[in-house]
Design a protein around this ligand. Sequence first.
Ligand SMILES: *[C@@H]1O[C@H](CO)[C@@H](O)[C@H](O)[C@H]1NC(C)=O
Ligand SMILES: *[C@@H]1O[C@H](CO)[C@@H](O)[C@H](O)[C@H]1NC(C)=O
Length: 285
Amino acid sequence: MSKSVLVLFIVLSLGFASAFKPVVIIHGILTGAESMVIIHEEIQRYHPGTLVYNTDRYAGWSSLENAWHQVFEFQNDLQQICKDHPDGVILLGYSQGGLMARAVLQIYPDHCVKKFISLSSPQAGQYGTDFLHLIFPSLMAKTAYQLFYTYVGQHTSVGNYWNDPHHQDLFEQFSIFLPYINNDLPSTNSSQFRDTLLKLDQIILIGGPDDGVITPWESSHFGYYNGTDDVIPCKQRKIYLEDRIGLKTLDEDGRLKLITMAGVKHFDWHLNVDVIRKVILPYLD
Ligand SMILES: *[C@@H]1O[C@H](CO)[C@@H](O)[C@H](O)[C@H]1NC(C)=O
Ligand SMILES: *[C@@H]1O[C@H](CO)[C@@H](O)[C@H](O)[C@H]1NC(C)=O
């Protein structure tokens, strides 16, 4: 290589290295890093040079472990990544992984995440038989609370975000995870749980009516059932109106994006190249 070609080469590779922020990916329940390979590859195809961290932690059955355990370990990894990339990274979580990812941000006051992308994640909780039967074939949504709202039931991630609209008293009494990270219940960490999300440049929540697993699907946008099974959209719920975790402030600043895509089934979001190109890539920079 001649000297000038070599210099050009170095300039180009430096240019690529800094052009796009690294992307950190957290997979969904009962799968692992291999399930996120298509997103990983599409990002690198369209944004050459992007570093992608596609975690394989809590893959397979271990994805059912207690949510706090998962969140603390993911946070350890993110800390190392932030050390290496002080200019910031983008965090993307799919399904349960998007809920874990959001909690990772909340327990990490100095996080370096600029944008958070939640791909069909039960951010306001989950209450539905279809989802339940993927993991617990003999449980029914109506009675699952009897298992999940117990000390033992809280050993599993699904129990941690099971949100039974007809047993909100038990939910708040037993759930050790969702009511806290959503600031339904005040704790010593409440203001931190809000401030950490307010640090984001942008929060992108993607979901859609044909999901079939996240129930109600609006949970992907922080919407949820009220006591008579009517779905109340995010912007009419207390979590937004009282700005409990900063969603309202983010929205008023133009930093909250609620994206609805019809025709996408739950197990296709992370595989569907159309979704990746239309609603994920535009937010990566
Ligand atoms: C909440 O804050 C306390 C005190 O700062 C800390 O020890 C605890 O680990 C925090 N819990 C979470 C889940 O962040
Ligand atoms: C739930 O919301 C619907 C529609 O807004 C309303 O008619 C109903 O009374 C609400 N139920 C409860 C228990 O608040």
